[in-house]
Design a binder for this molecule. Structure first.
Ligand code: GLN
Length: 492
């Protein structure tokens, strides 16, 4: 029999329904896996008592024939989501001991659907990063290794703990958030599936804010089907988030069977970067061929403002972050460092001790681009360019139904690589940030291995609130790729 930790979420759901396994057995296997692989540092907090209590409740409902959609499914929650009574840190010293008195809407929905809480996963501090090396709780190790090279690799970021936990089989799925790629890039680096839905699809209420006009929650899972199952339960209108969209949530899983026959797939020429690794280009061509074989038609398209997306993002995101992070003042939340003096001294001492280097860098950039004299030149200009990037997509979606691109410009890198200057790190997000700026859905699907045996992802972008098409295209890629490589470090 397959080890419980090797089941997909859909398989576990079927096994639970058929009573071939209990929620208790499933959760115990995952807790043992978390313990066995604790050196990955994927979790900041593990909640075994809570997990066992959730599993007992799920088993009782299943026994009574009252199973809920996710009853008994062990999940991990990115530590950016507030969870009642469970420390929620955003991987920052400033929230290191913060225990929220409330639950994020997304996690509340998952618990209401019967899911089991295994704990909170590690991330880049305040979700700022692409390598999970900015966490105040230490970096996360990617369960994958390069062939013939034993160095630890990064899992991507900022949702590196969630991605590593899913890849290493420490949970059946995890929540994540994506402001500029933090779901899709770590999914690509760990051979998992990650979808950032349309802005407004999932409530942001109770999620620690990074850049509010860009932040979106979504799932990381091992298959496209599992991601579809999770996204449905995470989505929906929430009156507590004024940007949450009051639109119906489709049965994303049902869309998977529809295939891609007749779909028009766009291939944007601007995503073909100078000096792009030949294996990334080859993977992209392979994806095009797979979709053609599955009955889609391929169209060359242009998204002319793509080259401005990264600089625009690195103005808008820090600007919003500098404003959002003003609330950590030593008075209302988390850490308080008093060294005498007046209120300004309290702020300085608390924020100086509480924020790491990358967060401080973002606050400085954000404050600068918003300051009098620079606002028009940087922030306002960036907002205008953002509108042009959105318009590029509007034009493209008159011609095509979905867009295919690589997910990342490289595979996972070693811890310490790309760290000499921040801009090298920011380049990781070149393919992912346009979807955040335009508010559009995007998924990363594992599509192959690079020459050193590491996973690479393809990205599918769709129209606003058309995650169904995104899932259909992703399912076609998944089926054609037959990606069955396994990370070297994993449970069972
Ligand atoms: N890597 C990007 C950044 O550092 C994106 C992070 C994210 O999506 N949360 O801002």
């Amino acid at each position: 029999m397959t080890a419980p930790t090797d089941l997909t979420l859909a398989e576990a759901r079927a096994a639970l329904a058929a009573k071939r396994i209990s929620a208790k057995e499933l959760v115990e296997a995952h807790l043992a896996a978390i313990e066995k692989l604790k050196d990955l540092n994927a979790f900041i907090t593990v909640t075994p008592e809570r997990a066992l209590a959730d599993a007992a409740a799920a088993d009782a409902r299943i026994a009574k024939g009252e199973a809920r959609p996710l009853d008994g499914i062990p999940l991990a929650i990115k530590d950016l989501f507030c969870t009642t009574g469970i420390r929620s840190t955003a991987a920052s010293r400033i929230l290191g001991n913060f225990v929220p008195p409330y639950e994020s809407t997304v996690s509340a929905k998952l618990w209401a659907a019967g899911a089991v809480c295994l704990g909170k996963t590690n991330l880049d501090e305040f979700a700022m990063g692409s390598s999970n090396t900015t966490s105040a709780f230490g970096n996360v190790v990617n369960p994958w290794r390069r062939r013939g090279d034993n160095r630890d690799l990064v899992p991507g970021g900022s949702s590196g703990g969630s991605a590593a936990a899913v890849a290493a089989r420490l949970c059946l799925g995890a929540t994540a958030t994506d402001t500029g790629g933090s779901i899709r890039q770590p999914a690509a680096f760990t051979g998992t599936v990650g979808i950032k839905p349309t802005y407004g699809r999932c409530s942001r209420w109770g999620i620690v804010a990074f850049a509010s006009s860009l932040d979106q929650a979504g799932p990381i899972a091992r298959t496209v089907r599992d991601a579809a199952i999770l996204l449905r339960e995470m989505s929906g209108h929430d009156p507590k988030d004024s940007t949450s969209a009051d639109v119906a949530v489709p049965d994303f899983e049902a869309a998977l069977g529809q295939g891609v026959k007749g779909l028009r797939i766009g291939v944007p020429k601007e995503y073909r970067l100078d000096g792009m690794a030949p294996e990334i280009e080859a993977l992209w061509q392979q994806g095009i061929a797979w979709l053609k074989d599955a009955g889609a038609t391929i169209h060359d398209i242009s998204l002319p403002h793509t080259r401005y997306a990264l600089p625009t993002y690195y103005i808008v995101a820090p600007a919003e972050a500098s404003s959002n992070l003003a609330r950590y003042d030593g008075v209302r939340y988390g850490l308080r460092v008093e060294e005498g003096g007046d209120l300004d001294d309290l702020y300085e001492a608390t924020r100086g001790a509480g924020f790491g280097a990358e967060v401080r860098r973002r606050i400085l950039i954000g404050t600068y681009v918003l300051s009098a004299g620079y606002y028009d030149a940087y922030y306002l200009k960036a907002q205008k360019v953002r509108a042009l990037i959105q318009r590029d997509f509007d034009e493209a979606y008159k011609i095509v139904d979905a867009i295919l691109t690589p997910a990342t410009p490289s595979s996972a890198f070693a811890i310490g690589e790309k760290q000499d200057d921040p801009v090298t790190m920011y380049l990781n997000d070149v393919f992912t940030v346009p979807a955040n700026l335009a508010g559009l859905p995007g998924i990363s699907v594992p599509a192959g291995l690079d020459a050193s045996g590491l996973p690479l992802g393809l990205q599918v972008l769709g129209r606003a609130f058309d995650e169904e098409t995104v899932f259909r295209v992703a399912a076609a890629i998944e089926a054609a790729a037959g990606f069955d490589a396994l990370p070297q470090l994993r449970a069972a």
